[in-house]
Write a protein that binds this ligand. Structure first.
Ligand code: HEC
Length: 381
């Protein structure tokens, strides 16, 4: 009596695949790619920008060094000029300055030591020479209108001096000197009151540009610092990029999983609802079938009573009755199936007729009271 209706060969009813056909699986790999591209671009742009900042920082520190050198030059020159030049002993390294045409250029001390006057430019030349030997940076005092021909400017200095005359106060650029990268730096020397003692006869007036001092700073030490900074920055950015990319991939991976789970759950609900509809329809059909079956049974019973027991037709009628009872059993089983169970297969979910039909009594009564009450009441035994 409680045998399930064999619907499929493995005793299962395959579910309709409507849900799968209509719901395309949503995966967020394209947005992930966009996020990663944008992130990479941001990292690249800010890396380029920050390396530029570091580069200009390197130039600025070299410039600061050059400014310090220049200021020191200006300070001791001013000290010298205030004294109208200072005396130093004449030596092979410090011969009298033939361009300094003043009274008492050479004097003798009471004990006979010959002294010569050192003007600021002469002092500057000697200091630059010393500094070049000791610290590597080079200095040059120059002018577009030099008293001493050797003080004439080179091409770069000429350009700078011309720019000073147009109002600029500082010129600097990266140049290669003796195959080594240098920062060339120059500032003007302005005619002060103390300068006029010696330079007034050239026609210079107070505040005019008398010339300039150029300073060349070797970049090696600065570029070493720059390289270290750029490398650290590169490492930080590589780390940030990796964090961003792996974070995005991980996030999208988990989001995709979440979406997948949700879609599966939605598909299950949809399928469940569809199956419920189908089963309710089956229940209703079974219920409706019951009455004609009853009629057939009742009439065949009356026919049997009317016939003589040995009438060959009695056997036929009993056959009909048996088939009708079989149909009745089938409808009852179908009603039981309306309380259906499902199980998961690789292909999807299917109705488990076995489980669905072999239900406990309580469940059967409960279901019957909902869908097949009348059918159960009138069911022939
Ligand atoms: C004691 C005299 C004396 C004083 C003061 C003096 N100079 Fe000179 N200066 C000279 C002589 C001489 C030269 C040229 C020879 C040389 O290079 O020593 C010269 C050269 C220069 C040069 C190099 C270009 C050239 O003409 O050969 C500059 C620039 C310069 N002086 C600027 C100044 C300024 C600015 C002051 C004031 C702060 C100043 N000088 C004060 C005597 C003086």
């Amino acid at each position: 009596m409680n045998q399930p209706i064999p619907i499929d060969q493995d005793n299962t009813l395959r579910k309709p695949d409507i849900a799968e056909k209509h719901q395309k699986p949503i995966r967020l790999w394209a947005p992930a790619l966009v996020i990663i591209c944008v992130w990479s671009l941001l990292i690249l742009i800010s890396w380029i920008w920050l390396t530029q900042v570091i580069r200009s920082g390197t130039l600025e520190t070299a410039r600061i060094e050059a400014r310090t050198v220049f200021r020191n030059d200006v300070t001791y020159r001013r000290w010298n000029a205030i004294h109208g030049g200072v005396y130093a002993p004449v030596t092979p390294e410090t011969p009298p300055n033939k361009y300094l045409k003043i009274k008492n250029r050479e004097i003798k001390t009471p004990d006979g030591i010959l002294l010569t006057k050192i003007n600021p430019a002469y002092m500057t030349r000697q200091v630059h020479e010393l500094a070049g030997q000791t610290y590597g940076h080079k200095g040059h005092i120059t002018s577009l209108n030099p008293l001493r021909p050797q003080n004439a400017p080179d091409a770069w200095e000429t350009g700078a001096l011309k720019r000073f005359e147009k109002g600029e106060t500082e010129v600097s650029s990266l140049e290669i000197i003796d195959k080594i990268n240098h920062l060339r730096f120059m500032r003007p020397l302005i005619t002060e009151k103390s300068c006029l003692n010696c330079h007034a006869e050239q026609g210079y007036k107070l505040g005019e540009i008398r010339g300039g001092i150029s300073v060349s700073i070797p970049m090696a030490a600065h570029t070493a610092v720059e390289k270290a900074n750029v490398m650290i920055l590169g490492l930080i950015y590589a780390f940030l990029w990796t964090i961003g990319v792996s974070g995005t991939l991980l996030g999208i991976f988990f989001l995709n999983r979440q979406i997948q789970k949700r879609q599966q759950a939605e598909a299950m609900v949809m399928q469940h609802e569809k199956m419920e509809g189908v089963m309710e329809m089956a229940g209703a059909v079974c219920h409706e079938l019951n009455q004609p079956l009853q009629m057939i049974l009742g009439n065949s019973e009356i026919m049997l009573l009317d016939l003589e027991p040995d009438n060959p037709l009695s056997k036929r009628i009993i056959n009909i009755q048996n088939q009708v009872k079989r149909m009745s059993r089938m409808t009852r089983n179908l009603i039981q199936v309306t309380r259906y169970e499902t199980k998961q297969f690789p292909q999807g979910k299917v109705i488990d007729i076995d489980k669905a039909a072999k239900t406990d009594k309580a469940a059967k009564i409960d279901k019957a009271s909902k869908t097949g009450k009348a059918a159960n009441d009138k069911m022939p035994q």
